[in-house]
Design a protein around this ligand. Structure first.
Ligand code: 16G
Ligand code: MG
Length: 554
């Protein structure tokens, strides 16, 4: 008798309602499943089942499910699972998620499920608990309906966190699994805003005037969260919210948002008449887990402060607090370090390496998060695209909590460090929490936005997409900085870089069917030239059709 016999009826009904259509192929990538929203119902039904099984395999702990496609176009959608501590799904489950999604029939699916349950030794009698949320996309509600049927098929108890940001969902998962008190989801969300805003207000208590900040909310769920946060912040920070049209779902990420700014290295047109020279502005992405700052200099020129600049500011601030609190002496030494990816601007890596340990890891939050937790007592990580946070190890948190300051100045710094811990959402990058952290760091470091910007000068850089037949033919090593396959290509890139100067690397995207080329050099024209030459090499090497070769590839 099959272990699933009691569930077969519901599974059959679900699969009949949400069949995989011929030719469809899904893959659980860097950020979960992500594709056109209208094609995802079958995936969501199965993700509901997978989340329930994940909960059972974690002894009944609550698992999170977030429905979002982040910075991608409004018609896309996606879904990812969140593990009990609020971190990304264990990587060993990713390929199973893909197998589930692609199972073509009831029989095939049941066979995969049974095999999986046996290999993971999941006891189906263990209760399952899940909490789920979605962003503002139009396809969200029907994807939620399919997801709920997946939960129901496995008897999971599901809590609906409704429309909220990705980082709030991560926070909820962690909090639900660690709280010993009675809770309901609204109180927990309120607790999130209180935790952030109270710590922020204490950190800025001695600032006489309120700073002004313009926020581009990408017409997404970040607009709702920023409005709520604004209520909690009161006078401590004056927010001006732009691109808040969440009802017009087609406007999501359209000509605005963190990715628009980072990729185009330009201000969203909707902000041009809003931002005055010297004033700070920032952009969130569609699910509010990325943050990019900017300002216009005296001559009105747009200046961007990306994830690398945020790392520099935040790491400098935290190092100073650790030192001022007396936590950097031999006995209690707290080691602060930074994690970046190959996309980090070379100037930022140089600046940071002269001051603290820096680790480079492959793209994707799970890699950065893991390295930050493994390698440092306090690990600051940001991708250049603005996704990041700060992790405090339990030993660092213990040292901060138990340290006895020997001077009044140490006591002040220690108090600030404790509040900084509370401003941060340690489960994942959180644009709103990061924004508060940046504002606090600027104030306490006594930096204007210009001083912050001038800590180092970004090397000009360029990112180019290359459409190839099979991006899996591209295999990297050394944290994606070098190619091992196709054979011989890296040597050609090395030769180009040797001749022209600068830095370049090639990696297959984890979210799109393309290969990405990054190049940086001392001059803008040289960076563009290098990127387009490497793109040309990649295209030719991957057997691209000469007739279709993009005209600008060199
Ligand atoms: C996803 C990742 C992000 C990464 C990006 C790279 C998460 C939550 N998000 O958005 O960290 O920078 O993919 O995309 O991990 P790419 O592989 O297409 O370049
Ligand atoms: Mg995002």
């Amino acid at each position: 008798m099959s272990a699933l016999s009691g569930f077969e009826n519901e599974l059959r009904k679900g699969l009949e309602e949400y069949p995989v259509k011929p030719g469809e192929k899904f893959s659980y990538g860097t950020a979960g499943f992500r594709t056109l929203g209208d094609t995802l119902e079958s995936v969501l039904f199965k993700v509901g089942i997978l989340a329930a099984l994940r909960s059972k395999s974690c002894g009944g702990k609550t698992i999170g499910v977030m429905i979002t496609a982040s910075h991608n176009p409004a018609e896309d959608n996606g879904v990812k699972l969140v593990d009990p501590r609020g971190e990304m799904l264990d990587t060993s489950w990713e390929s199973h998620a893909t197998d589930f999604a692609n199972a073509p029939s009831l029989d095939a699916f049941i066979a995969i499920l049974e095999d999986f349950i046996r290999s993971k030794q999941i006891s189906l009698g263990t209760p399952a608990k899940v909490v789920y949320a979605r962003d503002t996309r139009a396809s969200g509600p029907k994807l939620v309906a399919a997801l709920r049927k997946g939960f129901a098929a496995m008897g999971a108890v599901a809590t609906d966190a409704e429309v909220t940001t990705t980082p709030i969902l991560h926070y909820l998962v962690d909090t639900i699994n660690t709280t010993t008190q009675e809770w309901n989801v609204n109180n927990l969300i309120e607790g999130y805003y209180l935790k952030l805003s109270n710590a922020f207000k204490r950190l800025l208590a001695d600032r006489g005037t309120s700073a002004h900040l313009l926020i581009d909310c990408a017409n997404g769920v970040g607009a709702l969260a920023a409005k709520k946060l604004d209520d909690f912040l009161g006078e401590s920070l004056t927010l001006k919210l732009k691109n808040t049209s969440v009802e017009s779902t087609e406007k999501l990420n359209k000509d605005c948002g963190a990715d628009y700014v980072k990729v185009g290295q330009k201000l969203p047109p909707s902000l041009t008449s809003e931002l005055r020279p010297g004033q700070r502005g920032c952009s969130l992405d569609g699910d509010a887990d990325r943050l990019i700052y900017y300002y216009l200099d005296d001559s009105g020129k747009f200046r961007m402060l990306d994830g690398d600049k945020i790392t520099t500011l935040v790491a400098s601030f935290i190092m100073r607090l650790v030192k001022d609190a007396g936590l950097d002496d031999a006995e209690e030494k707290i080691k602060v370090g930074v994690v970046q990816t190959a996309y980090a601007n070379g100037s930022s890596t140089r600046y940071l390496s002269e001051r603290l340990p820096v680790t480079c890891v492959p793209t994707g939050v799970k890699h950065l998060h893991h390295a930050a937790a493994e390698r440092y007592d306090i690990g600051v990580y940001f991708e250049a695209n603005g996704h990041g946070t700060v992790l405090f190890s339990s030993s660092a948190q213990h040292k901060v909590a138990s340290h006895k300051p020997s001077t009044a100045a140490q006591a002040t710094a220690l108090g600030r460090l404790k509040d900084v811990i509370n401003v941060i959402n340690q489960t994942v990058g959180d644009a709103l929490s990061d924004m508060l952290l940046v504002e606090v760091a600027l104030y306490h470091m006594a930096y204007s936005v210009e001083t912050w910007d001038k800590l180092y000068s970004d090397l000009p850089n360029r990112l180019v997409k290359v459409k190839v037949g099979d991006r899996n033919a591209f295999v990297t090593e050394d944290a994606e900085r070098r190619l091992v396959r196709p054979p011989g290509l890296q040597a050609k890139i090395d030769e180009l870089v040797r001749r022209t100067g600068g830095r370049s690397f090639v990696r297959p995207s984890g979210t799109e069917d393309v290969v990405r080329v990054y190049a940086e050099a001392k001059e803008t024209e040289a960076a563009i030239d290098l990127a387009l030459r490497v793109a040309g090499l990649v295209y030719d090497e991957a057997g691209g059709d000469p007739a279709q070769r993009p005209a600008d590839f060199r």
